[in-house]
Ligand binder design. Structure first.
Ligand code: SAH
Length: 206
C-alpha cells in the first residue's frame, strides 16, 4: 500500500470549487484530511475491491483518493453539475488507475443500489450556515440504505448525534477521530482570511 503522504501529494492537484455555492455548503476537503480518511479506510479493508460511493463529491477529492487505492468501482455523486465538470478535469490531472463514474443526483434520495460491498465516503453539508442543523442526517440515511460501511466528516461535537442516528438505523460507530479543517476564504461572509474549523470523522458499520 502506498503511504499516506504519497496520497496527500497526489491529491494536492485536485482543484476546488470555481464559484462555491453557499446554499450547498461547497467546501473542498483539504488533501491532508482526504488522504487521512482514505488511507484509514484502506487500512481497514474498506476500499480495495469495494464499490466506493462519494455522496456530495464536489470536485472529487474523496472519490479520487479512493480511486487511487484499487477499488472495484467508484461513483462520485453531486447535485450540482458545475463541480462535476471540475471533478472530471481533476480525474484527468491525477490519472487514476480506476475510472470514476460522475453522476448528477440528489444524495438524500438514495439514488443508487450497488450490488457489491459498498463503502460510502462523504463530507456532507453540515447545515451550520443556514441554522439548519444536521443537514448531514439525510446523507447518513442514504449511507444506512446503500453502504456496508461509511466514513463521514461532521462538525465538532457530533458524536452523540451520529452515534444515536447509527444506533437507530442498524449501524454502529466503530472508529472516530478529530481533525482540523482549514477553510479558505471562499464565502464573502467569512471575515477572516482563513480559519480552522474542528471536525470529526466517523466510521460506521451498517
Ligand atoms: N466531497 C467534496 C465536497 C464537499 S462540499 C469534498 O470533500 O471536497 C459538499 C458537497 O455536497 C457539495 O459539492 C454540494 O454540491 C453537495 N451537495 C449538497 N447537497 C447535496 C444533495 N442533496 N445531493 C448531492 N450533493 C449535494
Amino acid at each position: 500500500m502506498a503511504t499516506k503522504s504519497a496520497l496527500t501529494q497526489q491529491l494536492g492537484v485536485v482543484v476546488g470549487f470555481d464559484d462555491p455555492r453557499v446554499d450547498l455548503e461547497q467546501y473542498r476537503t483539504p488533501p491532508e484530511l482526504a488522504a487521512h480518511l482514505v488511507h484509514t479506510a484502506d487500512l481497514q479493508g474498506d476500499v480495495e475491491g469495494k464499490t466506493v460511493v462519494d455522496l456530495g463529491c464536489g470536485t472529487g477529492m474523496l472519490a479520487l483518493g479512493a480511486a487511487l487505492r484499487g477499488p472495484e468501482s467508484v461513483v462520485g455523486l453531486d447535485i450540482d453539475p458545475a463541480p462535476l465538470a471540475t471533478a472530471r478535469e481533476n480525474e484527468r490531472r491525477i490519472a487514476t488507475a480506476s475510472a470514476v463514474s460522475w453522476v448528477r443526483g440528489d444524495a438524500t434520495e438514495a439514488p443508487l443500489c450497488p450490488d457489491t460491498e459498498t463503502t460510502v465516503i462523504m463530507n456532507p453539508p453540515f447545515g451550520a450556515q443556514q441554522g439548519n442543523e444536521h443537514a448531514d442526517r439525510a446523507f447518513l440515511a442514504t449511507a444506512a440504505d446503500i453502504a456496508d460501511v461509511s466514513y463521514s466528516i461532521h462538525n465538532a461535537d457530533s458524536a452523540d448525534f451520529v452515534e444515536a442516528f447509527a444506533g437507530d438505523n442498524g449501524g454502529e460507530v466503530t472508529h472516530a477521530f478529530r481533525a482540523e479543517f482549514d477553510l479558505p476564504h471562499s464565502f464573502d461572509f467569512h471575515d477572516q482570511e482563513r480559519r480552522n474549523i474542528d471536525v470529526e470523522v466517523f466510521r460506521i458499520e451498517w
